[in-house]
Design a protein. Structure first.
Length: 518
C-alpha cells in the first residue's frame, strides 16, 4: 500500500474512532440520580437516591475522613448528615410557593467497585407539606456529572394526577436494577412538574407550612444495611477497562502478596494497557499511525508512542494528586473537559497546519502540470528521471512529488503525542487511587507503569505497521496522478481539523453526544 493510499485510509479510521469516542462513558466518575414523587391524600412523599461511582465515592469518604471499613454507626451518621445536605439542594414549590422537605429516613449502602474502591449509595425518604395543585421539582446536586438521572411520578391513595412531566415507569427500580439494554440512552432528567387533585380529605395534623429539613432516625427495627445491587448504570465496557472483581481488583485487595503475584499483576496491567490502546474511541492510536505512515521513519514511530505514553502517565499522576489533595478546591471531573478541549484544539492545530501545507503543495503541483505530461518513450538522457516507488520526478535536477504531503516535523510529533495522551483513562486513575486507599502505593505505581508500557508498545507497533504497509502493494503512478487521489490528502487534513473541532465542542459542553447518538 503506497503512502498516498495509506494516509487517507488511516484518516478514515481516525474519524470513525473519534466519533465513537463521543459516546464512551466515564463510568468511574458518574453520579446517578433517582427521584420518585408520590402524591396522596396526605400530601406528597419523595424517595431520593444518589448512587456514586468509584471516584466520587472515594472523594466523599475522604471528605468524611472515613473509610469503607470504618464503624458502621459512624458511616450511617455521616450518611444521614449528607442526605440532609443533599435535601437542601432540592427545590420544591407548591402552587408557586417554596416548600422545604422533611427528612424522614436514610438508607446507606457501600460495596466494592472497580479496583477495590468503594461504591456508595444513599437513599433518603422525604415528605412535603403540600396541598393539591401544582408541584415543581429541581435537583441541583451534581448537575454536571455523567450518570443515570431518572424521575418517576405516581399517584397514591386518595389522589389523581391531571398532568405530569414524567410517568410512573420505574426503569431502574430506584437505582437497584438497571435495564440491560446498552443501546438505550440513559435518562437525563433533573426537573419535573405535575398537577394533581385530592380525592379525599387530607390527613389531620400534617403541617401546611414549610419546615427545615431534619433527620429523623429510623425505628430500631428498621434495617438500613440494605444490599447494594446493580448500583451502576448499564454501560458498554471498553476493552482494557478495570472492573469490579477482575484480577487487578482482587490483587490490590489481597493481604498476602508474593513477588510472583505482583509480577503477574504487572503483566495483566500491561495486557490491559495494550488492549486499551486498541479499543474504540482512542484516536491517538490512529493519529499516530497516520502521521508516522505519511512521511515518517521508525524513529518517529517509537518517539510518538513514547510521547503519548509519557504524557498519559504524567496526566494520571496529576489527576490523582488533585483527587487526593485538592478535590475540595478543584473538582477532578472538571479537569477532564479542560484536558479534552486542549487535546481537541491541538488536533485542530495539527489538522489545519497539514491542510495548509498540503493545499500549498497541491497548488505547486498544479503549477508544474505542463512538465508532468511527457512521453514515456522520450529519451531519459535529457536529465529526466523517475522514482515511481516514492511518486517523485526529477526534471533537470528539480525534484517534486505528485503527492501533496507535508513532512513530519518534531514539533508536530510532540504536539500530537501530548494531545493523544493528555486525557488520562479512568481505569488507570482507579488503579492509582485504589493503591493509595489500600496503602499499597508501590504496587499501584508498578501496575500503572505496566499499563502505560502496554499502551506504548501497541502505539509503536501500529505506527511501524502503517509505516511499512506501503510495501505490501506496488505503487501505481497512474493512480497517484489521478486528480481525486491528489485531493484526498488535502481533504483528510480538513477531516482532522473537523474532528478536532467536534472533540473540543464536546469537551466544552457545546455539543451533546448523547443527543447526537440518540
Amino acid at each position: 500500500m503506497n503512502k498516498l493510499v495509506a494516509a487517507p485510509l488511516c484518516l478514515l479510521v481516525l474519524a470513525i474512532s473519534q466519533v465513537a469516542m463521543l459516546a464512551h462513558p466515564m463510568g468511574n466518575f458518574s453520579v446517578s440520580h433517582y427521584a420518585r414523587l408520590e402524591v396522596s391524600a396526605a400530601g406528597a412523599r419523595v424517595r431520593f437516591a444518589l448512587d456514586l461511582a468509584e471516584i466520587p465515592s472515594f472523594e466523599l469518604l475522604r471528605e468524611w475522613k472515613l473509610e469503607a471499613a470504618s464503624p458502621r454507626a459512624t458511616l450511617e451518621r455521616r450518611a444521614r448528615e449528607q442526605a440532609a445536605a443533599w435535601a437542601r439542594n432540592l427545590r420544591f414549590s407548591s402552587n408557586g410557593r417554596s416548600v422545604l422537605p422533611r427528612l424522614e429516613g436514610v438508607q446507606f449502602t457501600v460495596s466494592e467497585g472497580a479496583g477495590g474502591l468503594p461504591v456508595v449509595r444513599i437513599t433518603a425518604d422525604l415528605t412535603l407539606p403540600v396541598t393539591a395543585g401544582k408541584i415543581e421539582y429541581e435537583d441541583r446536586n451534581y448537575p454536571d456529572r455523567a450518570g443515570w438521572k431518572e424521575i418517576v411520578i405516581e399517584a397514591g391513595e386518595g389522589a389523581s394526577i391531571q398532568k405530569a412531566s414524567h410517568t410512573d415507569r420505574d426503569r431502574s427500580k430506584a437505582l437497584t436494577a438497571y435495564p440491560e439494554d446498552l443501546t438505550a440512552a440513559p435518562p437525563q432528567d433533573l426537573r419535573a412538574a405535575l398537577e394533581w387533585t385530592a380525592n379525599a380529605p387530607a390527613a389531620a395534623g400534617r403541617p401546611a407550612v414549610p419546615v427545615e429539613p431534619e433527620i429523623v432516625p429510623p425505628p430500631p427495627s428498621q434495617d438500613t444495611r440494605s444490599v447494594h445491587v446493580a448500583s451502576r448504570p448499564p454501560e458498554a465496557k471498553a476493552p482494557g477497562t478495570v472492573v469490579h472483581g477482575d484480577y487487578l481488583s482482587q490483587l490490590l485487595g489481597n493481604r498476602d502478596l508474593t513477588w510472583s503475584m505482583m509480577l503477574a499483576g504487572v503483566a495483566v496491567a500491561f495486557g490491559l494497557g495494550a488492549i486499551h490502546a486498541l479499543s474504540p474511541g482512542h484516536g491517538k492510536t490512529i493519529v499516530a499511525a497516520y502521521l508516522v505512515g505519511a512521511r515518517g521513519t521508525a524513529k518517529h514511530a517509537v518517539f510518538l508512542g513514547g510521547m503519548v505514553t509519557f504524557t498519559h502517565t504524567i496526566s494520571v499522576f496529576a489527576l490523582g494528586l488533585t483527587t487526593l489533595f485538592l478535590s475540595q478546591y478543584v473538582v477532578p471531573e472538571k479537569i477532564y473537559p479542560v484536558l479534552g478541549a486542549i487535546s481537541g484544539l491541538s488536533i485542530v492545530w495539527i489538522g489545519a497546519t497539514l491542510f495548509y501545507k498540503r493545499a500549498m503543495r497541491l497548488r505547486s503541483v498544479d503549477g508544474h502540470g505542463d512538465v508532468h505530461h511527457h512521453d514515456h518513450d522520450h529519451d531519459h538522457a535529457h536529465g529526466h528521471s523517475h522514482s515511481h516507488g516514492g511518486l517523485t520526478h526529477t526534471h533537470d535536477g528539480h525534484t517534486h512529488s505528485h503527492v501533496p504531503e507535508g513532512d513530519v516535523t518534531m514539533g508536530s510529533l510532540i504536539a500530537l503525542g501530548a494531545s493523544g495522551g493528555l486525557v488520562p483513562c479512568p481505569s488507570a486513575l482507579v488503579l492509582l487511587l485504589s493503591s493509595v486507599a489500600l496503602g499499597r502505593v508501590g504496587l499501584g505505581l508498578m501496575l500503572l507503569l505496566g499499563f502505560s508500557a502496554g499502551l506504548a508498545v501497541v502505539l509503536m507497533a501500529i505506527g511501524l505497521l502503517v509505516l511499512y504497509a506501503r510495501n505490501l502493494l506496488p505503487d501505481r503512478e497512474k493512480t497517484a496522478r489521478s486528480r481525486a487521489f491528489q485531493l484526498i490528502p488535502v481533504f483528510s487534513a480538513g477531516l482532522i481539523t473537523f474532528v478536532g473541532l467536534i472533540m473540543t465542542g464536546v469537551s466544552l459542553g457545546w455539543i451533546k453526544p448523547t443527543g447526537m447518538l440518540g
